[in-house]
Ligand binder design. Sequence first.
Ligand code: PHE
Length: 460
Amino acid sequence: MSSNRGNFSSRIGFILAAAGSAVGLGNIWRFPYLAGQNGGAAFLLIYLICIFLLCFPIMVGEIAIGRAAGSDAMGSYTKLGNKRWGYLGLFGILAGVFILSFYNVVAGWAFGYFLEISFGDLLSEGDFGSFFGAYVNDISDNLWFSLGFMILTALIVSRGIQKGVEAANKIMMPSLYVILVALIIYSLTLPNAMAGVKFYLIPELSEIKVQTIFDGLKQAFFSLSLGMGALITYGSYVSKQQNVVSSAAVISIADSSVAFLAGLMVFPLVFSQNMSPTEGPALVFMVLPEVFSDMGPILGRIVGGGFFLLLCFAALTSTISLLEVPTTYLVDQKKLKRTTVVWGLAILIFIIGLPSMMSQGMIPALNQLPFYQGRDFLTFIADMCDLTLTIGGCLMCIFITYQWKVKNMDNELAIGNAGYMSSFLRKYLHFTISYVCPVLLGILSILIILDKFFGLSNIF
Ligand code: PHE
């Protein structure tokens, strides 16, 4: 693609950035609580099946589309298909805007917890459950934390692909692994840690319910940043020398390994306190501070601060990619200046996120939506975004199969990968992209809609 758009400087730069997009709050905040609610190991099993059966082929497809077209999500679908398909790209870009709007709120909580554990006296609170409830209800603090987080994201994205996105990920991703491994080693030494490991690693097949499958699927999509054009966008900055299939494999493995390791850190911590793993979204904010507080004032600050710093790094590498998607779109399509676009979008998305921030108790009408089984606005937006990802993934497969054609995808994938045409992976990708993914994702998306609005999973 034209050099003035910029490119990732190297294969490792791209892999780290894409893995940075994938590894986020989804892995360290959401994966453990969904696993905790869905039987631990049973959830892990379903999640891994979704990753390898459904998500890996979709990731390859997205990167191939981006690199072949060398344009933003909407531009790529338009170029390889037609104007109507372009709307699928636009749909993804909008999903990204909404994901960032609520994601930045949760990132703000993590940022606030990091500061208040490391430098304040959060750990001397008596009741962490009520503290968290009050904390997210009163937005006077976290308004600033999430604003700070958005500014940090915008500062990095405005520096461009190599100097901003790539450089930030090259520092944060390795640091994230180091902090994670250190925390796992520590948590495994705690009393009763093995009960947590058992809950997490030995599956009870009877725990697999419809809900487990829905949650496993949506988590796999969200976690790999699929279905909304993030990887089409990053793919458009990938050079033609790179092997897309093997890069996608490395990214998928890097992402699922962080989710796996996050579980291996969280469950021993939770079980060492004889706490319940089914706490839901508050799990890392309510249960873990209890654990950190028991460690005493100094160790608690170090380990607890380390954990929330880890969460912030992970979130930041993802918010960068979420902001990059609409940025690339406006720069490519509307020929606007990158810096203007980045700051304009950051302000707009921050404002779109305000109702989510205020839905945690501050405004009762947003806290209990009557049309959404009494759930809050943040959950509503998050669920709708999850749904657009699976639908987006399904439509992308239909696009490749019927519009762009699998043979064109093959030609793209063979660039930078000499053995591709005769490989078994090629057959696997054809079969999954043309049949398995669209059929399963289509059926599951419909079932998830029925579940969200009519409580389908309660029937089973
Ligand atoms: N994958 C990110 C996470 O796990 C979230 C994300 C979704 C980022 C979609 C970009 C696009 O936290």
